[in-house]
Design a protein around this ligand. Structure first.
Ligand code: ATP
Ligand code: PRP
Length: 211
């Protein structure tokens, strides 16, 4: 009997944009993915099941082989690293940017910069590469609040329309990375189940072209 492969999906924004892609690729879940408390879903394909989780957890499941494949934002991969995974496909969905941003009119004064972010590893790398001394403050949401409350001088966060920055008197400073969602595959699964993974990559690529 062929072992079932598991595809881990990031919930929220990414899931909303993944659904039409899965549909076009013929990956039809046995129940609605976005309602109820269910987390594991069989599909119309006999050897593929879907699991829904927080985007931040997808790399861990795939790296450890608890899920064979995943769909996750590049921001999460930059933060957590892609070790143990291949990244065969850019799905081009949930596009946004990782940027630094600061209050309008803010100027560095030569002292250490305090940077609030959900992405501490990305922030440390970004400032270190530029020889800038930065104290990175890890937060879990509403980054724009940190400069308003004098907790930080700058933020490093996701920017899409820029509305959140504008609404809080801030402006983007530097582009850190372009972000979109990626298909990731566990390295061992890629070797042991190459044919079936390749089939799935092809089906998703075709679905992207039809979008
Ligand atoms: P979680 O609930 O898993 O902690 P979250 O609530 O921030 O995270 P979402 O905002 O639904 O989850 O999705 C986050 C992912 O969607 C990001 O990792 C990023 O890849 C992508 N994304 C695209 N546009 C945006 C945006 N405007 N804001 C945040 N994330 C975005
Ligand atoms: C994200 C991000 C920004 C905002 C950017 O927050 O952290 O605050 O979206 O989008 P914009 O440029 O279109 O305004 P989200 O809505 O995910 O809430 P969060 O702060 O809880 O992460």
């Amino acid at each position: 009997m062929t072992a079932t492969l598991t595809l881990a999906l990031s919930k929220g924004r990414i899931l909303q944009q993944t659904l039409p892609l899965l549909h076009r690729a013929g990956i039809l879940p046995a129940a609605k993915l976005t309602s109820g408390r269910k987390l594991v879903f069989e599909t119309a394909l006999p050897h593929l099941r879907l699991v829904v989780m927080r985007g931040a957890d997808v790399p861990t499941y795939v790296r450890q082989g608890a899920a064979d494949m995943g769909i996750v934002g590049k921001d999460m991969l930059l933060e957590q690293g892609s070790e143990g995974m291949y990244e065969p496909l850019d799905l081009g969905i949930a596009r946004c940017r990782l940027m630094t941003a600061a209050p309008l009119g803010w100027q560095p004064d030569g002292r250490r910069i305090r940077v609030a972010t959900k992405f501490p590893a990305v922030a440390r790398r970004f400032f270190a590469e530029r020889g800038i001394h930065a104290d990175v403050i890890k937060l879990y949401g509403a980054m724009e609040l940190a400069p308003l409350m004098q907790l930080a001088d700058m933020i490093l966060d996701i920017v899409d329309t820029g509305n959140t920055l504008r609404a809080n008197g801030m402006q983007p400073v530097d582009l850190v990375a372009e972000v979109s969602s990626r298909l990731v595959v566990n390295r061992a699964t890629m070797r042991s189940r190459h044919d079936v993974i390749q089939e799935l990559v092809m089906a998703l690529s075709k679905a992207l072209c039809e979008a």
